[in-house]
Structures are given as C-alpha cells and as structure tokens.
Design a protein around this ligand. Sequence first.
Ligand SMILES: [Zn+2]
Length: 90
Amino acid sequence: MNSSMIGKIEKARRYAEEPDRAQIRSLHVEFRGDHDVYDVRLVGGQWSCTCHSFTALGLGTCSHIMAMERLLGPMMPADVPVSGHSAATL
Ligand SMILES: [Zn+2]
C-alpha cells in the first residue's frame, strides 16, 4: 500500500471519531420492527415512516424515527428538530 493511501486511511479514522463532521441530509432506511418492515425517510428536514403509529396518530414521530435519531446521534443535522428529544432523555 502506498503512503498516500495510508495517509487517507489515517485521516478517515480520525474523521470517524468526530461524527459531527458528517451531517445527514437525506436518508431512506428499511426498518425491521417487531411486527413488520417499515420505510423510514428523512427528506427536506422532515421525517416520515410507513408504520401505523406514524400515519394514524399524527404525532410526527414514532418508535422507528426515535430509534433512528438515537442511532444517528451527532450526525443529525442541527436544523432538523429532534422528535424524540424528551423521550431520548428518559
Ligand atoms: Zn414508524
């Protein structure tokens, strides 16, 4: 492996330890819940999910979206409100 590639790998390792460098702007996740598989999307700063809770309750969030917010953590864009913020501190 040449030294230029080694330098890139070292830089990638350092970048990966600072996840707030990467802000996710759009996302499509196939989320396997306990009962079914759902499509969770982040588009234009808005979350959506195909599960019954999201579509029927009108809360703007659901357990799948809240789980994604936890998984993404510092990679969530600062301008997207965290839907499960109060729940995330429980
Ligand atoms: Zn959902």
